[in-house]
Design a protein around this ligand. Structure first.
Ligand SMILES: *Cc1c(COP(=O)(O)O)cnc(C)c1O
Length: 426
């Protein structure tokens, strides 16, 4: 990976902004508080202007005027139609991605399908850095299957990354499924997904990637990598809005064999025959369960167009430059104040967010939000996550945010915050 020659100071940040090919995409989003630096686009993306218009049409015209006719005028097909658009961002050919439910529920459906496809194998391999909800889902699946499977969590020496050899050593003839987050939620560690997929297949296992923190920020090539299954959410770098529905991918040649454990009428062969027996429909739609949340699915389509127009290669290029610049500033300005880097140093192993760790992390995070106009998030025990969304985060934002963090600590402002009591959402 290239080394960058970064310089200190606001003029250098402005120069980087001047050379930024994606700078104009900032106009696509609403900035009602211009002085607030938002560093949580990896958790909830900003509101696109197009979404405001699309939402109004969906409510006033499609629901308000068309009423039930809306189902035949684009609602019924929306899970597949919007899924195709997401598929374009994930290197997935047509007919393999649908929008449905939430990430956790899609994970449940695909884990159950995968385990059924590997009878005689009783191990699920994941890692200790995975998103806890993903691990809870796995635990629930194991219980449902009568505790006949074990979950093996590959350890991490530094809490930041997983050593690929340690992971590979965990794969053998007992492994039914390998399921991991492509980009890890806390440290931003990015797996070499193609190599892991290939190695898992050599061991005869199926592979399921959670793309929550990578879709829209990091190139994903599901078909090329030979991935079996994937899930992900749309409210992070895809800017779908709070609670917008998730998606799932099942590779074409597995779709006849793979069966959802939740049988609902949207996955039925001919739902309007109202047959009393379930017959799964062909193709990816068999993984649908029930009525699409239309009001949050339709506006997603125009939000996805923005990402497609910018292009994932250019997004990744800017993301690497943004996070590398941030790491440079952390090392020169924040490490002397007791912070340490909680993310990989090599940009090739990093997604689009960077964690910094500090023993007073929770209180510093509070002061940033309450007084300093910086909005990151906090992950226990001492991680402040700084998410950089290439479509709207500028280099000047990064410079200014690090300065404000530095000030919050130097001026001991965080001491005024009570350390013990945590808010619900941090
Ligand atoms: C954000 C995220 C989720 C969220 O799951 P929901 O079911 O949408 O609440 C799951 N997994 C990963 C890896 C995530 O980053």
């Amino acid at each position: 990976m290239t080394e960058f020659d970064f310089e200190f100071g606001p003029d250098f940040a402005k120069r980087l902004d001047g050379q930024d090919e994606l700078a104009s995409f900032r106009e696509e989003f609403l900035f009602p508080e211009p002085d607030m630096i938002y560093l949580d686009g990896n958790s909830l993306g900003r509101l696109p202007r197009r979404t405001v218009d699309r939402m109004r049409i969906a409510v006033e015209e499609e629901w308000g005027r068309d009423l039930i006719r809306g189902w035949n005028a684009g609602w019924w097909d929306s899970p597949l139609r919007v899924g195709e658009k997401i598929g374009q961002l994930l290197g997935a050919g047509p007919g393999q991605v649908v929008v449905s439910d939430t990430t956790s529920i899609n994970l449940f459906k695909l884990v159950m399908a995968a385990l059924e496809m590997r009878p005689g194998r009783d191990r699920i391999v994941s890692d200790v850095l995975n998103f806890p909800s993903d691990l809870y889902i796995l635990q629930g699946c194991v219980r449902l299957l009568g505790d006949s499977h074990q979950i093996h969590l590959v350890p991490s020496e530094d809490g930041i990354a997983v050593d690929q050899r340690t992971l590979f050593d965990a794969l053998d003839e007992r492994t039914a499924l390998v399921t991991l987050s492509h980009v890890v939620f806390k440290s931003g560690f990015l797996y070499a997904a193609k190599a892991v997929t290939e190695r898992a297949h050599e061991a005869g296992a199926l592979v399921l990637w959670d793309l929550g923190h990578s879709a829209g920020a990091v190139p994903v090539e599901l078909d090329d990598w030979g991935v079996d299954f994937a899930v992900g959410c749309t409210y992070k770098y895809l800017n779908g809005g709070p609670g917008s529905p998730a998606y799932l991918y099942v590779r074409q040649d597995l779709q006849d064999e793979a069966l959802s454990p939740i049988w609902g009428w949207f996955g039925q062969q001919s739902p309007f025959d109202f047959d009393l027996e379930y017959q799964p429909t062909d193709g990816i739609k068999r993984f649908l369960v029930s009525s699409t949340p239309i009001l949050s699915t339709l506006p997603m389509e125009s939000a996805l167009d923005i990402v497609l127009e910018a292009g994932i290669e250019r997004i990744r290029e800017k993301s690497v430059l943004l996070t590398s610049y941030l790491v440079f500033l952390i090392e020169t300005m924040l490490v002397p104040l007791g912070f340490s880097l909680g993310s990989p140093k090599d940009p090739a192993q990093r997604g689009s967010h960077v964690s910094i760790r500090h023993p007073e992390g929770y209180r510093i995070n509070r002061v940033l939000i309450e007084e300093m106009g910086v909005l990151p998030d906090f992950r226990e025990p001492d991680n402040i996550r700084l998410g950089l969304a290439p479509l709207y985060t500028s280099f000047s934002d990064v410079w200014e945010a690090v300065n404000r963090i530095k000030r919050a600590v130097e001026e001991h402002r965080y001491l005024r915050y009570f350390p013990g009591k945590r808010l619900t959402v941090t």
